[in-house]
Design a binder for this molecule. Structure first.
Ligand code: HDD
Length: 709
């Protein structure tokens, strides 16, 4: 919680740890070679950046006690100057992000597809992963409706490989030349400087409704995928078609997929909005806490692999980044697993300064002619130069390859390598120890045959913008379809220009008339919509069940958090039974009390609580339980926060466990009337704990939704 009291046990555990390492931890100011923390100061004396011991860190040098300050005070000037230059430009997109270290371990089963060293059997490679939102600035809330970045840096033995993907497998545009327009449309308007971190406004919908190639992506962005429950519960995709190259030089086209071990699940939109206020750091806190707890998040990396001939036979173009390859057409082939097991030591040094570039590929992996990818190959290197200020950004520890680097590039801003060679060119005969090219080990571009006229033209094979959008819609479960309708209605409802709303719903008419009708109804546009005129008439193709998040739910509480509202006199046996059952199902129990002070359970045990009620609305938990002591119900009833707690949990489709004593609170929240038929309202006894956990393991009570909205 933004305002969580000091009882947040995991964060306290971290601060205790820091305290126990005392000054050592305080002196941990930089990240050293290979990302390992090291200290810039070995002694205990406070020094200037030149290492000069400082005698007085509280007062500037003045003439007499009340006189003017002296420019001679180099300590003061050094400190203030450094402070003045602390900020670097935030990323033009994906400014808000959070990262962690870990490793990737290759299974090797599909290794024959590639000669990439890090994908050979059993090879373990360090990784650094940064998750992000796209539109918001650095300080924006984590739970905004947005695409999530999923960028992985593999520190392989043959150089760094960056897989710079998203949590959605398709993209808004087909050609990188449109990227600045797309981003300018979604970012705050240049005249007024808002809206921040959202797409629910005129300029975004103006642009995308005039850009039909965005329609497939819009279906994804209006779906639950754009409001993930956690970074740990989110898929990742390389989006473009890439190539794997094997030892004999054979190329196979691939699409990269990351699958989280915890399963991919999302928030409910109203809940995401509430969390944005209650805990804008919801996703980063979740990742950081999980890693601190040793509950390391894990993903499996797979590819869909297909030959160029197979690609030619698909009824879409694999070079078009607004299209995906359905898994029913090409199944996933696992390559290995990734585990994140270390939080950063310094957010700026690592998370801010990490520089990903899709052009960073290693032998065994190669690019395709996807025009969006081709443009990205230019953009990222360019942006790092302005963001990090130097062509030596690869020397920043988090960006530094963990294998030998040797070439004749020299100098530049912030050069840290003092290369002790006479020559900075090759061929040379003066310096026989210099690095030389190696045609065997070296990166070889796949010799694809290319020919044709120079043209500025979109391939005709990119022209069908609606078939896969329609397939996506028909592949969703009913709740997911409801959420997509809700997403479009909310966003377009915020658009002020009627013609933009109508134009957009016109595209939805082509995707699916029922979808368009439902959105039009919610916007009061019935009878006003003219369908868009597609360049290519969409086809009806088989749904792809694999596109649905909720067709198969994992069915446990892995990584989830159950909030328990307790007071003095709360039933101790029930509390312990709950704690045990939630833990056994992989979840975590967090206690909430009216005040941030211990409560006495009915057996006299004193229970430290994790949160206080006003600071921990039910939105931040996956399921909730109310087990107050019988004598405290009256007090709870008098607090709107406790009535809201249960009312919001119900509206956010959460499972609610309760003891019979609190029926009056359910009545006040106007939900008691649902108790008979709603499986997600579980009256608790020690026996019913199992039922509660089973229900909560389904993630949310979708059947309740029509009654709620
Ligand atoms: Fe991008 C950052 C993912 C298209 C230009 N992009 C950035 C990041 C991710 C992506 C995850 C954050 C990296 C980090 O954590 O530091 N971008 C994508 C995906 C795309 C995509 C999956 C389409 C498939 N991007 C794209 C295009 C362009 C850019 C077409 C420009 C032509 N992206 C950038 C950038 C950023 C960036 C401006 C901002 C900060 C950075 O690069 O390092 O260059």
């Amino acid at each position: 919680m933004a305002n969580a009291p000091k009882k947040n046990t995991r964060e306290n555990a971290r601060s205790k740890k820091s305290r126990s390492t005392g000054r050592q931890a305080a002196a941990k100011m930089q990240v050293g070679e290979g990302g390992e923390p090291h200290q810039t100061t070995t002694g205990e004396v406070l020094t200037s950046n030149q290492g000069v011991p400082i005698a007085d860190h509280q007062n500037t040098l003045t003439v007499g006690p009340r006189g003017p300050q002296l420019i001679e005070d180099s300590f003061m000037r050094e400190k203030i100057t450094h402070f003045d230059h602390e900020r670097i430009p935030e990323r033009a997109v994906h400014a808000r992000g959070y990262a962690a270290h870990g490793y990737f371990e290759a299974y090797g089963k599909n290794a024959p597809l590639t000669k990439a060293a890090f994908l050979q059997p059993g090879v373990k490679t360090d990784v650094f992963v940064r998750f992000s939102t796209v539109a918001g600035s650095k300080g924006s809330p984590d739970t905004a409706r947005d695409v999530r970045g999923f960028a992985v840096k593999f520190y392989t033995t043959e150089g760094n490989y960056d897989l710079v993907g998203n949590n959605i497998p398709v993209f808004f545009i087909q050609d990188a030349i449109k990227f600045p327009d797309l981003i300018h449309s979604v970012k705050p308007a240049p005249d007024r400087g808002f809206p921040q971190a959202q797409s629910a406004h005129d300029s975004f919908w103006d642009f995308v409704s005039l850009t039909p190639e965005s329609v497939n992506m819009l279906m994804w962005v209006m779906s639950d995928r754009a409001i993930p429950r956690s970074f740990r519960m989110m898929d990742g995709f390389g989006v473009h078609t890439f190539r794997l190259i094997n030892k004999s030089g054979k190329s196979t086209f691939v699409k990269f997929h990351w699958r989280p071990k915890l399963g991919a699940v999302s928030l409910i939109w109203d809940e995401a909005l509430a969390i944005a206020g209650a805990d804008p750091d919801f996703h980063r806190r979740d990742l950081w806490n999980a890693i601190e707890d040793g509950d390391y998040p894990e993903w499996e990396l797979s590819v869909q692999a297909f030959s160029e001939e197979e690609a030619d036979a698909f009824d879409f173009d694999v070079l078009d980044p607004t299209k995906l390859v359905p898994e029913e057409l090409v199944p996933l082939r696992p390559l290995g697993k990734m585990v994140l097991n270390r939080n950063v030591d310094n957010f700026f040094a690592e998370t801010e300064q990490v520089a990903f570039c899709p052009s960073h590929v290693v032998p065994g992996i190669d690019l395709s002619n996807d025009p969006l990818l081709q443009g990205r190959l230019f953009s990222y290197l360019d942006t790092q130069l302005s963001r990090l200020g130097s062509p030596n950004f690869h020397q920043i520890p988090v960006n530094k390859p963990r294998c030998p680097v040797g070439n004749f590039q020299r100098d530049g801003h912030m050069q840290t390598g003092a290369q002790a060679t006479r020559v900075a060119y090759e061929p040379n005969s003066l310096d026989d120890g210099g690095p030389r090219e190696d045609p065997k080990r070296g990166f070889q571009s796949y010799p694809a045959e290319e020919f044709g006229q120079k043209l500025r033209i979109r391939p005709e094979s990119f022209a069908d913008h609606y078939t896969q959008a329609r397939q996506f819609w028909h592949s969703m479960t009913e709740p997911e379809q409801r959420h997509i309708i809700g997403g479009f209605s909310f966003e377009l409802g915020k658009v002020q220009r009627q013609e933009i709303r109508e134009r957009m719903v016109g595209h939805l008419m082509v995707v699916d008339p029922d979808l368009a009708k439902s959105v039009a109804e919610k916007l009061g546009l019935e009878g006003k919509i003219r369908p868009a005129r597609p360049a290519v008439e969409p086809r009806d193709i088989e749904p792809s069940p694999a596109l649905s998040q909720y067709r198969a739910v994992k069915g446990d509480l892995g990584g989830k958090k159950v909030g328990v509202l307790v007071t003095d006199g709360a039933p101790s046996r029930l509390f312990r039974a709950l704690k045990k059952a939630v833990k056994a199902a992989g979840g975590q129990l967090a206690t909430v009390a009216v005040r941030p002070a211990p409560v006495a359970l009915d057996d006299g045990t004193s229970l430290e609580v994790d949160h206080f009620l006003a600071g921990a609305p039910s939105a931040v938990f996956d399921a909730v339980v109310l087990i107050p002591g019988p004598d405290e119900v009256e007090e709870l009833l008098s607090l709107s926060a406790s009535v809201d707690w249960v009312r919001d949990a119900f509206a956010h489709l959460k499972v609610i466990g309760y003891t019979p004593e609190i029926v009056t609170i359910l009545e006040r929240a106007n939900i008691e009337r649902f108790a008979a038929e709603d499986d997600g309202l579980v009256e608790l006894s020690n026996k019913a704990v199992k039922t509660f956990v089973e229900e909560a393991s389904q993630h949310r009570c979708w059947d309740r939704e029509p009654a709620v909205r």
